[in-house]
Ligand binder design. Structure first.
Ligand SMILES: Nc1ncnc2c1ncn2[C@@H]1O[C@H](COP(=O)(O)OP(=O)(O)OP(=O)(O)O)[C@@H](O)[C@H]1O
Length: 587
C-alpha cells in the first residue's frame, strides 16, 4: 500500500513521518490546508497512491474530489483531554468551536474534568466567522478548535488553540487505512474482472443517466453500434419509457446485422440509471438480410402527403388506414402491382403509436425457401424481435405453400407482439379457391383489409403525384424542370397505367431526364409513352397459349395503352374499328 498523508498543519507532518517509519506500508507526507490539500490530493491517484490520509475539513473536501479512499484522522478523546488540560489554567473566557462530534466530545470531557468551558456547534464552514465574531463580542478570549477555526480566531485577534492530533489518533488512522485498502483491493479486483468481461462482451452495453449522459459503454457499443444507435433510437423517449414502464425494446440494423435493443433500470443507485443491452439477433443475419430492411424509428415526415391526394377512392383509403393504424389487428393491403401498397404500410406505421419503433419490411418475393425457414426457425428469431414495432410482409402472395404453412404455425405458436401488415397483388380469394394460398393464414393476417385502387381508377391523383416525381427527378438528376403543361397531364390521365404508380414514376423520371425546355410538354410525354413503353411492355408479353390467345393479349395491351380509346387502338393495330370491336368483345 502506498499512502499520501496531507497534514493541515506542519506539526502533524512530523508526527506522521515519525510514526510512519514503523509501518509496513509506504507513506509520503505533504502539508496543505483545505484547497491546497485538495490540489495535492487530486494528483495522488495518478502518482500511484492507493489511499489518502488527512484531517478535519481538509479531509472532507478531498473526499468529494478524488476517487481513491480518504481516511480521516479523527479527533480522539485523548486529543480532547490534552487540549482541555492545557487551557484549564489559561486566563480569560474560553470556548470550543467546532462541528458536532468535536464540540460534543469536548462537552463530555470538560464535564468529566469539571472544567467550565462553553462549546458552540457549527454545521458549515461559513458559520465559523460569524460565530467567532459573536463570541468576541461576548468577551471570549480563548478559542479552541481545528485549523480553520483557530486561523480565523487569530485573524480576529482572539487567542486560538489548535486541537492537535496525538499519536493514538494517527495510529488509528493508519489501521483504518490498512483495513480500507484491503477492502478496496478486493472490490477493485472484482470491478476489474467485471469490467474486462463487459469490455470483451459481444453485446453492446451502454448506460445513461436521466440527463441523457452516457455514463458507461463497452467496446462493442462504442466501436460498432454507437452511431447507428444514436441515429435510430430516440434516446430521450427510450430512457423515459424505461423509467416509467420499467422496460424498452426495439430493433436496429447496423451493416445488415440486426440488433435487439433492450432497456432496463439499474437498481441500487441514488440517481436513476438506464441500461441498454444490444444483442445480435440469433439467426444468421447475412443470409437473412436480402429482402429484409428496417426503417428506423426516426420516421419524421409522413410517407404520404395527404393534401396531394384528390381522388375520393384514395381519400377513403387514407381514412381507413388512419383508423386502422390505432388498432392492434393485422391489416391486409391488396392492390395491383405498383399501386402504393408499401407506401401505405409505411403510412399506417407512421400514423400509429408504434411510430417511434422500427418498421421491418420483409419482401417475401425476395426470400428463398432456406431464408424462410431461417426466419421462422427459432423462437427468438427475427419475426419476434420487433415487439413494439410493425412487421410488413410485402408480396405475401408470392410465398410457396410449404412456407405459408410454416409461417402460419409460427404465428400461432409465437404470437408476435408486433403489428403485422401484409400486402398482395394477386387476387388472393381466387388463390385460396385454387388452394394456392392458405385460407387460415389469410384470415389470420387479414383481420382488417384495405384495397388500393389501380391508378387508372384515380386519375385525379395523377397531376399531383406526377409533380412529386418531377421534383424527385429534378433532385436526382440536377435538372430544373419548372412544371408540366396541362395538355401533358391530360395525356398522362388518358393512359391506362398497367404498372400503376411505379410506372408513372418511371415515365416521369425518363421524361425529366430527356426534356429540353423548362416545362414538360405533351410531346415529351407522348414520346415516352408511345415508344419507350411499347418496347418494355412488349418484352413482358406472355407468349404462352394459342396464337388466338396471344393476339387477344396484344389487342388488350394496346387498347389499355391507348386509354381504352378504340379509334386510337384500331389505328395503331392497322385494323378497322368494327374488327377491333368484335375482337374486344371476345376478350
Ligand atoms: N402517394 C404516393 N406519393 C408518392 N409516391 C408514391 C405514392 N404511392 C406510391 N408511390 C411510389 O410509387 C412506387 C410504388 O409504390 P409501392 O412500392 O408502395 O407500391 P407497391 O404496391 O407496394 O408495389 P409492388 O406491388 O410492386 O411491390 C414507389 O416508388 C413509391 O414511392
Amino acid at each position: 500500500m502506498k499512502a499520501l498523508a496531507i497534514a493541515p498543519y506542519e506539526g502533524l507532518k512530523e508526527l506522521i513521518i515519525e510514526l510512519g517509519r514503523n509501518q509496513d506500508f509506504e507513506i509520503h507526507v505533504e502539508v496543505g490546508d483545505l484547497e491546497k490539500g485538495v490540489e495535492l490530493a487530486s494528483r495522488a491517484a495518478d502518482q500511484g497512491f492507493d489511499i489518502i490520509i488527512s484531517r478535519g475539513g481538509t479531509a472532507e473536501l478531498i473526499q468529494r474530489k478524488v476517487s481513491i479512499p480518504v481516511i480521516e484522522i479523527e479527533v480522539s478523546g485523548y486529543d480532547m483531554l490534552r487540549v482541555l488540560t492545557l487551557v484549564r489554567d489559561y486566563p480569560g473566557k474560553a470556548a470550543i468551536v467546532g462541528f458536532q462530534p468535536i464540540s460534543e466530545g469536548a462537552a463530555t470531557v470538560s464535564q468529566l474534568l469539571e472544567i467550565d468551558i462553553s462549546h458552540f456547534v457549527i454545521s458549515k464552514e461559513e458559520e465559523v466567522t460569524p460565530t467567532l465574531k459573536q463570541l468576541l463580542e461576548k468577551g471570549y478570549e480563548v478559542i479552541i478548535g481545528d485549523v480553520i477555526t483557530v486561523k480565523e480566531a487569530e485573524n480576529l485577534g482572539l487567542n486560538g488553540v489548535l486541537i492537535t492530533s496525538g499519536k493514538e489518533s494517527i495510529l488509528k488512522a493508519f489501521q483504518n487505512a490498512k483495513k480500507m485498502h484491503n477492502y478496496f483491493s478486493i472490490l477493485r479486483s472484482k470491478l476489474l474482472i467485471a469490467q474486462q468481461i463487459l469490455q470483451e462482451e459481444e453485446e453492446g452495453i451502454v448506460v445513461f443517466d436521466t440527463t441523457l449522459n452516457s455514463v458507461y459503454s463497452n467496446t462493442c457499443f462504442t466501436e460498432q453500434l454507437k452511431k447507428t444507435f444514436k441515429a435510430s433510437i430516440k434516446i430521450e423517449e427510450a430512457v423515459t419509457e424505461v423509467i416509467s414502464k420499467g422496460e424498452y425494446t426495439s430493433l436496429i440494423e447496423n451493416n445488415n446485422i440486426f440488433w435487439k435493443v433492450k432497456g432496463t433500470k439499474l437498481q441500487g443507485f441514488e440517481t436513476s440509471l438506464v441500461l441498454f443491452r444490444l444483442q445480435r439477433v440469433e439467426s444468421n443475419p447475412k443470409r437473412l438480410s436480402n429482402g429484409i430492411k428496417i426503417i428506423s424509428s426516426l420516421m419524421n415526415s409522413s410517407p404520404i402527403k395527404a393534401s396531394f391526394i384528390k381522388s375520393n377512392q384514395m381519400k377513403i383509403v387514407l381514412q381507413s388506414a388512419e383508423r386502422y393504424s390505432e388498432k392492434e389487428e393485422s391489416i391486409w393491403i391488396s392492390g395491383e402491382k405498383g399501386t402504393g401498397k408499401e407506401k401505405l404500410a409505411h403510412y399506417i406505421h407512421y400514423c400509429s403509436s408504434k411510430r417511434s419503433f422500427p418498421l421491418m419490411t420483409i419482401n417475401c418475393s425476395l426470400l428463398t425457401a432456406e431464408q424462410w425457414s431461417l426466419l421462422l426457425s427459432e423462437e427468438e428469431g427475427l419475426l419476434t424481435s420487433n415487439e413494439n414495432g410493425t412487421i410488413f410482409l410485402k408480396n405475401i402472395d408470392s410465398i410457396a405453400l410449404s412456407n405459408q404453412k410454416e409461417l402460419l404455425s409460427f404465428l400461432i405458436k409465437n404470437h408476435p407482439k408486433s403489428r403485422i401488415i401484409a400486402s398482395s397483388s394477386e387476387n388472393i380469394l381466387a388463390m385460396i379457391e385454387n388452394s394456392a394460398f392458405l385460407y387460415d393464414l389469410y384470415y389470420l393476417l387479414a383481420q382488417l383489409t384495405i384495397s388500393l385502387p389501380p391508378l387508372s381508377k384515380r386519375k385525379e391523383d395523377i397531376d399531383h403525384i406526377a409533380r412529386i416525381f418531377i421534383n424527385e427527378s429534378n433532385t436526382k438528376y440536377g435538372k430544373q424542370i419548372a412544371g408540366i403543361r396541362n395538355e401533358a397531364i391530360e395525356e398522362l390521365e388518358n393512359y391506362s397505367w398497367p404498372g400503376n404508380i411505379t410506372q408513372l414514376k418511371q415515365v416521369i423520371n425518363e421524361t425529366v431526364l430527356l426534356a429540353n425546355g423548362p416545362f414538360i410538354e405533351k410531346e415529351d410525354i407522348n414520346y415516352i409513352l408511345k415508344t419507350k413503353l411499347k418496347e418494355t411492355d412488349m418484352s413482358h408479353l406472355d407468349l404462352t397459349g394459342t396464337l388466338e390467345e396471344i393476339e387477344q393479349r396484344i389487342i388488350r395491351q394496346v387498347w389499355l395503352e391507348e386509354g381504352m380509346n378504340q379509334t386510337k387502338t384500331a389505328e395503331r393495330l392497322g385494323i378497322n374499328r368494327t374488327t377491333l370491336w368484335r375482337k374486344l368483345k371476345e376478350l
